[in-house]
Design a protein around this ligand. Structure first.
Ligand SMILES: *[C@@H]1O[C@H](CO)[C@@H](O)[C@H](O)[C@H]1NC(C)=O
Ligand SMILES: *[C@@H]1O[C@H](CO)[C@@H](O)[C@H](O)[C@H]1NC(C)=O
Ligand SMILES: *[C@@H]1O[C@H](CO)[C@@H](O)[C@H](O)[C@H]1NC(C)=O
Length: 329
């Protein structure tokens, strides 16, 4: 072969190679930071959740003791958090995300926060995200739907369930949610008739929670606390009906006058991926054993400490996550 022919061949294979590599890259495109999760159904994945996601303890809130996270929802999502919870309260007659009361910590209009999530999802198209709202304002489904619409969230992004309860619901795979674009799953703890906006799902038709009001490291347990109607059932009974376990794992401390705030002093222990009683890793193992499956959701304060994402990765069997930007501990 002449050197000219050789160069031409090299150039040709250079042209070919990226196309070939692209073919491989496509089939290994990650879903929620790992290609191995694409074929898993929504209810067979463990999602790390940021408890009280918009309530941030940083300069923007003068380091409010009511803040449950050190970084905002955008940073949380970029670091791999895939469940965001928030409380909805009334600020005058407007729906805001506020901690307990809007006098304590007001993180702004609900629609503004929802728009922050939408915006992140638009730039991150292979991600399935879940929002869980605590309806402290007793808002109707119509009122909540107005906030979603104002945030630009429609049923082209919001997932609409196929069944009205866990037993009749068939969860799609992450890949099919991503392909359809309907990859934002929305739950509200207590709402009325949702037939006007069925994408806003009543949490306790699909999810159960262990207790959340825990004030000592030995107080974390895996049994059913909510919905109260299932408090008499065992987790395996409701899991057999397709109900997904949400494992609350955050600690409160009394800061006087009966006021509780997130226990930051214990956070290194509470969020530890490995360790004994009181650690996230320990509770996740205990609950997985008791449930006969891994929890669907792990809900934590100050998510970047631990780091807690390691526990979700372990439960998912993910060893080399891609596409995350971790927040400093
Ligand atoms: C997913 O399914 C596997 C196999 O049945 C199970 O071991 C694992 O705990 C499940 N994980 C979740 C989060 O459902
Ligand atoms: C979130 O926090 C980061 C820095 O921690 C900041 O750059 C960004 O503007 C914030 N985003 C929103 C929507 O507040
Ligand atoms: C269920 O309810 C009983 C009675 O109110 C309570 O003592 C128990 O702690 C509850 N179980 C859980 C797991 O919250």
């Amino acid at each position: 072969m002449s050197w000219k022919a050789y160069l031409a061949l090299c150039a040709f294979s250079l042209v070919l190679r990226p196309a070939h590599a692209y073919g491989i890259a496509r089939s290994s495109t990650p879903c929620n930071n790992s290609p191995s999760l694409c074929s898993r159904s929504y209810d067979n994945v463990t999602y790390l959740g940021a408890h009280d996601s918009p309530f941030v303890r940083d300069a923007s809130t003068s380091y409010s003791a009511s803040g449950n996270q050190y970084y905002n929802s955008t940073v949380q999502l970029s670091a791999g958090v895939r469940l965001l919870t928030a409380q909805v309260q009334l600020q005058g007659s407007a729906l805001h995300v506020c901690h307990s009361s809007c006098d304590l910590l007001d993180a702004g209009p609900l629609s503004t926060w929802l728009a922050e999530v939408r915006s992140w999802m638009e730039s991150n198209t292979n991600e399935v995200v879940t929002i869980l709202l605590v309806n402290g304002a007793s808002a109707s489904v119509q009122e909540l739907a107005q906030q979603y619409e104002a945030a630009g969230i429609t049923t082209s992004l919001a997932y609409t369930p196929t069944g009205s309860d866990a037993q009749s619901q068939e969860w799609p795979t992450l890949q099919s949610m991503i392909d359809s674009g309907k990859r934002l799953v929305n739950f509200v703890d207590y709402i009325g008739d949702n037939s006007d906006a069925p994408y806003i799902m009543p949490e306790f038709s699909y999810i159960f929670e262990n207790p959340y009001d825990v004030t000592s490291a030995s107080g974390f347990v895996c049994g059913i606390n909510r919905p109260p109607s299932e408090n008499g059932s065992t987790p395996t009974q409701v899991i057999a009906q397709g109900v997904m376990p949400l494992m609350n794992h955050f600690l409160y401390q009394d800061i006087g006058l009966g006021i509780q705030s997130p226990d930051v002093d214990a956070i290194d222990t509470t969020n530890a991926p490995d360790g004994g009683v009181g650690s996230l890793g320990y509770s996740a193992s205990q609950c997985s054993e008791q449930y006969g499956r891994a929890p669907s959701f792990l809900l934590v304060d100050f998510f970047n400490v631990g780091p807690t994402i390691d526990v979700a990765d372990r439960l998912n069997g993910v060893s080399s996550p891609v596409g995350r930007t971790s927040a400093p501990a």
